[in-house]
Write a protein that binds this ligand. Structure first.
Ligand code: NAD
Ligand code: UD1
Length: 340
């Protein structure tokens, strides 16, 4: 059977890589993206990589009337919902902007999915829902507790989906909790394009490497870890994209509501990431030790047993490849997608 999927936020970092995975596996896609944090060029490049075409609706998912057009005009059997805001620091400053965009977009999609009987739904959650983990690795059974409005929006949506699934036993919903996606498609054609100064570690490092930023500040070296810097579970964005395909296949077996961590199960410190990047690029990354960043947890990495057992999900790329691919993307696109 031929499948077609509605992908919201498909022009974004994770969305664009997932489109490549879906299209390469003969799944048709329809994209809704208002480009508030992405560019159309990303979709053009996905088409170039896959030699397939994408049907695009440049709409805001918070506009229900417009969104309904997409449901009325097309037939698809699943929704993958990436669209949303994701900057933790900004969410602390302007929480309502985050609640509006992240909650209303999801509510609209769920109501329309109910009306048009689209019974398979994948949601982008985050490891941020684990707050400060009591123990690592964190499993899907660990307590969830958000520390920022961004994280709260993810927890609220998870609850919304859980209640919806209780009321609709014939619906299949996958909540995917991503750890730290980094890297880029090995072609160097699509990747992460942060607007302004990056908040996240890898894009910051690649911008130092290319000379856009003078040096990296390591946020704290007094954490209770081996080298004193924080530990995270970095996962290649193409592995993450593959996780979506596997989750989609799981939904098509009528599994009900499921929750999976998508990580590698391995934690690396900030200093280890810097050294891996230096090795992959052959460059020296100047850095200074600075104070801790508010809200950072000392360590967080995933238990990946459940995704392995139930989805057959195993991350294939190692840290060296993640750094190589991130660096290739940065070198080929020093100005991101604006180049052309
Ligand atoms: P991104 O910002 O690159 O992509 C999000 C896309 O959604 C963008 O193309 C943006 O233009 C679009 N969008 C936002 N609001 C919209 C709206 N109302 N209507 C239509 N389009 C809209 O982010 P990403 O890194 O690809 O993340 C995708 C999802 O995964 C987000 O929900 C994010 O919270 C979640 N997530 C990301 C990370 C990460 O580190 N990147 C980690 C955990 C979870
Ligand atoms: C951040 C978010 C988290 C979100 C995740 C993925 C915060 C507090 N958390 O997580 O909610 O799910 O991104 O989008 O923002 N680091 C430096 N110097 C830098 C940048 C980062 O030392 O310039 C360190 C951080 O202290 C952290 C590690 O690098 O220890 C990774 O940072 P980052 O990429 O921002 O990811 P998270 O902190 O895991």
């Amino acid at each position: 059977m031929r499948h077609c999927v509605l992908v919201t936020g498909g022009a974004g970092y994770i969305g664009s890589h997932t489109l490549v995975e879906l299209l390469s596996n003969e799944i048709e896609v329809i994209v809704v993206d208002n480009f508030c944090n992405s560019s159309k060029e990303a979709l053009r490049r996905v088409e170039e990589i896959t030699k397939k075409s994408i049907k695009l609706y440049p709409y805001d998912c918070c506009d229900k009337e417009l969104l309904e057009e997409v449901f009325r005009q097309n037939t698809f059997d699943a929704v993958i919902h990436f669209a949303g805001y994701k900057a933790v620091g900004e969410s602390v400053r302007v929480p309502l902007k985050y609640f509006r965009n992240n909650l209303i977009s999801t509510l609209n999609l769920l109501e329309l999915s109910e009306k048009y009987q689209v019974k398979n739904f994948i949601f982008s959650s985050s490891a941020t829902v684990y707050g400060v983990p009591k123990t690592v690795p964190v499993s899907e059974e660990s307590e969830i507790f958000a520390m920022s409005p961004y994280g709260q929006s993810k927890c609220m949506i998870e609850q919304m989906l859980t209640s919806f699934s209780k009321a609709h036993s014939d619906w299949n919903i996958a909540i995917l909790r991503y750890f730290n996606p980094i890297g880029a498609h090995p072609s160097g054609k699509i990747g992460e394009e942060p607007r302004g100064i990056p908040n996240n570690l890898l894009p910051y490092i690649t911008q130092v490497a290319i000379g856009k930023l003078p040096y990296l500040t390591v946020f704290g070296k007094d954490y209770p870890t081996e080298d004193g810097t924080c530990i995270r579970d970095y996962i290649h964005v193409c592995d993450l994209a593959c996780g979506h395909l596997l989750a989609l296949r799981k939904l098509y077996t009528n599994c009900g509501r499921v929750v999976y961590n998508l990580g590698t199960g391995k934690g690396y410190s900030v200093l280890e990431v810097i050294h891996a990047f230096e090795e992959a690029s052959g460059l020296k990354i100047p850095y200074q030790i600075g104070p801790r960043r508010e809200g950072d947890v000392p360590q967080n990495f995933a238990s990946v047993e459940k995704a392995k057992k139930e989805l057959n999900f195993v991350a294939k790329y190692d840290l060296h490849q993640m750094c190589e691919d991130a660096w290739r993307w940065q070198q080929k696109n020093p100005k991101g997608y604006q180049e052309e």
